[in-house]
Design a protein around this ligand. Structure first.
Ligand SMILES: [Zn+2]
Length: 179
């Protein structure tokens, strides 16, 4: 070992020093490699609870998969619905129109998906152009997320939150309103 270290030491003195000070049953590590393995600590994944080794102090997930799953759970954007997107949208429209009717509105649905709004809701002298959306509530920040794209002049977004089974209404500044 000493001889090998000596020969290599002529080319790379750092390696030679390492070779002489590293026990025979341990790999000889130099530079980056050395730094990476030096501070490995045992951690438990916040998502799957499996043990993993890392040198990154603030790493809390064992894998990209676990961090992605945690994000889905935290934002409420869960794939737990397991339904086609169009079906999820249709359910939202039905839930929202039912909610509006329960609130005493006469609800008129658009006949074409290309219409600029999804419903027109009328109660007494109040007429509201409504765009229906499926939303997800961020469990951490408590803020709703839903597509805000508009296809014409509307008065409010009606948002159905499938995971909470709730209907909420937002004006165009995205402030919640009570209809
Ligand atoms: Zn994990």
């Amino acid at each position: 070992m000493e001889l090998v270290a000596w020969v290599l030491g002529a080319i790379c003195p750092k390696f030679a020093l390492k070779a002489l000070t590293t026990p025979l049953n341990k790999p000889i590590l130099i530079g980056m490699q050395e730094r990476k393995t030096k501070d490995l600590v045992k951690k438990y994944c916040r998502q799957c609870s499996e043990m993993f080794m890392t040198s990154i102090p603030n790493k809390i997930y064992c894998s990209i998969k676990c961090s992605g799953e945690s994000f889905k759970e935290r934002t409420g954007r869960s794939s737990a619905l397991k339904l086609p997107t169009a079906t999820v949208g249709a359910i939202s429209e039905l839930k929202l129109s039912t909610d509006l009717m329960t609130k005493g509105y006469s609800v008129f649905r658009a006949l074409s998906a290309a219409c600029f709004c999804d419903f027109i809701a009328i109660k007494d002298d109040k007429t509201i152009m409504v765009e229906a959306r499926t939303g997800y509530m961020n469990k951490v920040s408590g803020t709703p997320s839903f597509p805000r794209v508009m296809h014409g002049k509307i008065d409010c977004f009606a948002v159905y939150f499938p995971l909470e089974s709730s209907c909420k209404y937002y004006d165009l500044t995205l402030k919640e309103i009570i209809l």
